[in-house]
Design a protein around this ligand. Sequence first.
Ligand code: NAD
Ligand code: UDP
Length: 327
Amino acid sequence: MSKQRPPRYATQKRVLVTGGAGFIGSHLCARLIEQGHSVLCVDNFFTGTRANVATLLDNPDFEMMRHDITFPLYVEVDEIYNLACPASPVHYQFDPVQTTKTSVVGAVNMLGLAKRLRVPILQASTSEVYGDPSVHPQVESYWGNVNPIGPRSCYDEGKRCAETLFFDYHRQHKLAIKVIRIFNTYGPHMHPNDGRVVSNFIVQALRGEDITIYGDGLQTRSFCYVDDLVAGMMAMMATPDSVTGPVNLGNPGEFTMLELAQLVLELTGSSAQLQFRPLPQDDPKQRRPDTSRARELFGWEARIALREGLGHTIEYFREVVRRVDGA
Ligand code: NAD
Ligand code: UDP
């Protein structure tokens, strides 16, 4: 009589998520567990927190490991999502050398792990590889316009070099790679002090503090709600080995920072004032993804409108601000 595995274990994968205690990683871990997988979350807690994965800590399918991916990691898994890297300018510029090491040495270590195990590996790359783009909206075939020696370079060039490593491991070692370029993403579990525009504006509005607009506020970004992004990441991982990317993931709706500020003020009911501050160096003037490749390859597109996603995010930050301010 042939031995049959119970249905759950036949389909269950053991999935490594590096940076799993961060903003996006924590949502990905939760979704993977919801889908019946077992998750090994690896994080050095530089920007991530145990609070982000608090609801998972007692789950027998979730394992948390404190580890810095700039050091080798020996574990046994079926799939790897490589998200470890601070993502906000304030955090990645805090220790720029460590940021580049995390992107580059961390990629070598995780690719080495994938190579030993012969498992697919997804890289969380970024729209920052396009720099201050002269092609708009950004298509994957555009090579970008990146300053190699500026304050954002540790992140932008680190991520670009990681992409190079992924494609060289693919060509040289026949590794199954999945490279996604994530555009600005927002939602619950964003760090309240990470300086990113959505968290800044919401926290400022909720506290009645001035909304800090950098430059004239006419620069644009496209904002993707985290649930949409996680669905796209998992859909990309499920594609055949022939699909390597890079693939843009983001919401093509494009807004100026002034429009975003107005929407946040409206949705929070705040009467906070706008305060104009100098534009940071190398701040891209415009950014919007062309997501036709993701749509064609795996039928993905962002569905959650900014107004709706901001509503969920504001609810989350109301609670955070209440707890922190003791109000
Ligand atoms: P985040 O800072 O909340 O999460 C990053 C996580 O990585 C944190 O938990 C941090 O502690 C961990 N980490 C950092 N260095 C590490 C190291 N050396 N070893 C182990 N863990 C380490 O950021 P996020 O917004 O969740 O971003 C996740 C990934 O997505 C990043 O790779 C980022 O570059 C990419 N990304 C994010 C966005 C966005 O808008 N949020 C846009 C483009 C790309
Ligand atoms: N920004 C702003 N006020 C803030 C924080 C950011 O006007 O308090 C601007 C910033 O200059 C940039 C845009 O918002 O033009 C998005 O910034 P963020 O740091 O969120 O992401 P990135 O620049 O990496 O896209």
